[in-house]
Design a protein around this ligand. Structure first.
Ligand code: SF4
Length: 333
């Protein structure tokens, strides 16, 4: 089992240079991730373009993230596909079996990463022929370097890009570094920044599926809710993902119901800001697959059907049809 606190501290030390305002960013050239990219890496190999798509699988709920929040914040028309410029930090404190990132790209590997600042990444971004409207700070686990978000915000503002570029970052809800390492001033700045959205990922619907997915202590499943709650109360525009892969279907109905109950203890409407992510198999995942993982791919379909029923029972069709970006939750109510 992963010692999350120890791994977090170690990778922060190896992957973040606070005084130099730099962090290790993956270069995709020559990595096992490169064959999975739908188009060649850009930004000198340090970036990739992701086409976020609302729909893709008729048997799975649509995914409006981050399309709808970005369109709303930037005053753009509704869309079903949006391009994002992705930068990936080279550290993560967990090892989800389904992660599409090869594990060596989560371990501060200097073979495939280089120190970059927010400014040097945005220089690469702006040098692209048709920069995407979304900049996506992902990982890895971006929140091992929570400074990355305000560094990027300030740099976007300095370049006059605040209102034309939507900033999106994700978080595996594994640590309190956001409060430990960001000043109150920075936290307030992030919360007030108008073109930013943050997504926290619940990695399972109960402690058993969480530990199966992440290799972390099952007790940290509860912590995911506590951390999400703190972000919600901070005033940041928060969204959630959930993955439903599980090693067994036993207790699934009760487990999904309890999961939705717990989301609603944070905010009654949080389930409507939560998007289940379907796990599919990318190049680096194949060698990690065993019988349990193969079964988990099937169980996630049953789980998402249960999830949809729970939402049908708890929310009116009108409410369910609301734009995810317009639902006010947490301190933004
Ligand atoms: S938390 Fe995210 S980046 Fe880290 S191993 Fe899991 S899926 Fe990969």
């Amino acid at each position: 089992m992963i010692d999350t606190d120890a791994w977090s501290a170690r990778y922060r030390a190896e992957g973040v240079n606070v005084s130099g305002q730099k962090l290790l960013i993956t270069n995709f050239h020559g990595t096992d991730q490169e064959p999975d990219l739908s188009e060649p890496a850009n930004c000198g190999g340090f970036g990739r373009i992701r086409h976020f798509k609302r729909t893709g699988d008729a048997a799975w709920p649509p995914n409006p993230l981050p399309i709808d929040p970005a369109a709303r914040a930037l005053g753009r028309p509704a869309a079903d596909v949006m391009r994002a410029q992705v930068f990936q930090n080279a550290i993560c404190n967990w090892r989800c079996w389904y992660c599409f990132v090869p594990f060596d790209l989560l371990a501060a590997s200097r073979t495939h990463s280089v120190w970059h600042s927010a400014a040097s990444l945005l220089d690469l971004y702006q040098a692209e022929p048709d920069p995407a409207p979304i900049v996506d700070l992902t990982g890895g686990q971006p929140d091992l370097a929570p400074e990355w978000v305000p560094w990027t915000m300030r740099e976007l503002e300095r370049r006059g890009l605040r209102d034309s570029v939507y900033l999106w970052s994700d978080d595996n809800l594994s640590n309190d570094y956001y409060w430990r390492y960001l000043s109150e001033e920075d936290q307030a700045y992030v919360a007030a920044y108008p073109t930013y959205g943050r997504v926290g990922c619940f990695k399972g619907f109960d402690a058993r599926s969480f530990a199966f997915n992440t290799k972390a202590d099952p007790d940290l499943f509860d912590q995911q809710f506590r951390l999400f709650d703190r972000h919600l109360r901070s005033g940041v525009d928060c969204f959630a993902y959930a993955t439903f892969t599980t090693p067994t279907a036993d207790g699934m109905t009760d487990g999904i119901r309890a999961f939705v109950d717990r989301l609603q203890t944070l905010d009654e409407d949080l389930p409507l800001r939560t998007v289940p992510l379907k796990i599919t198999i990318f190049n680096p995942v194949g060698p990690r697959m065993r019988e349990e993982q193969i079964a988990a791919l099937e169980y996630q379909q049953r789980a998402v059907e249960r999830w949809a029923r729970e939402l049908d029972e708890r929310f009116t069709p009108n409410k369910r049809a609301k734009n995810i970006a317009e639902l006010k939750i947490g301190a933004r109510r």
